[in-house]
Design a protein around this ligand. Structure first.
Ligand SMILES: [Zn+2]
Ligand SMILES: [Zn+2]
Length: 261
């Protein structure tokens, strides 16, 4: 199994997605392996000495990246990270001053389509990426597999959105009907653990929300957990996507109690 390590903190080793694992397994020593759009156009340098590394190009204000890469044996039960010359690496370095033992990660093998709550990629954390519902997942994946750029129309709550699906881009975009708002979209491989923890989070949220529903689209919040909710100053709650058109009007009033917003 092929893993890489983030050099600044070296908190955990990341396993490459299944597709990338197969490419790396087939690579001859001395070759350079491009992993494609789904891996942020990263390139792995497979070296005969075993000290493999990965480079990622700069993107939207995000700096170019460098990671050490290692091929684990099937018998490996842990990953060792070494701190040397100001960064964490998976390779033994004579200048090493600190060693950390990390668990062997699992291989991400489930493709997920996610949209970003943050409008700036630079400020986005992992928790800001929200998966689309099952129906949208299927429509997006189908379009992506066609291999050419295309537009996919989605109905989310009461509104229509268009996702600009592009198999050559690592970050794609979603725009709403009047193109006044755009969101970043990505296709990413996730582990089954990630799926489980997300489900647990949703179950917990369901209990907290109860059977309240959005007065605009009438859908229950507990059935639409992937849509962000917004509470107005008067204390009424709506889907952000449903209240948005009202907030953009000149005369902003709560649809429930007519309080000026
Ligand atoms: Zn709604
Ligand atoms: Zn109100």
């Amino acid at each position: 199994m092929w893993v890489s390590l983030e050099p600044k903190q070296g908190i955990r080793a990341d396993a490459y997605p299944q597709e990338a694992q197969e490419k790396l397994n087939a690579a001859a020593p001395g070759s350079i392996v491009p992993l494609g759009a789904s891996c942020f156009h990263a390139t792995v340098h497979v070296r005969a000495c075993g000290n493999h590394y990965q480079t990622t190009p700069a993107f939207e204000h995000k700096q170019a990246g460098y990671r050490s890469v290692k091929r684990l044996d099937v018998t490996d039960t842990e990953v060792k990270a070494y701190f040397a010359t100001g960064r964490w690496t998976l390779h033994i370095d004579p200048a090493c001053v600190q060693v950390k033992i990390l668990p062997v990660p699992s291989v991400p093998n489930q493709i997920k389509w996610e949209w970003c709550m943050q409008t700036s990629i630079q400020r986005a954390y992992e928790k800001d990426w929200i998966p689309y519902d099952e129906e949208a997942q299927q429509l997006l994946e189908q379009a992506w597999k066609a291999g050419v750029a295309s537009n996919v129309e989605l109905q989310i709550g009461i509104r229509k959105y268009t996702v600009l699906v592009d198999p050559c881009a690592s970050i794609m975009k979603q725009v709403n009907e009047d193109a006044s708002k755009r969101r970043f979209v990505r296709r990413i491989a996730r582990t089954s653990e990630h799926e489980t923890s997300l489900k647990e989070l949703f179950e917990k949220q369901k209990l907290e929300i109860g059977d309240n529903s959005c007065a605009i689209c009438l859908n229950e919040f507990s059935e639409t957990l992937s849509l962000p909710r917004m509470t107005t100053t008067c204390g009424h709650q709506f889907h952000a996507t449903c209240i948005d058109p009202i907030l953009q009007r000149g005369d902003k009033r709560c649809p429930m109690c007519r309080t000026a917003l």
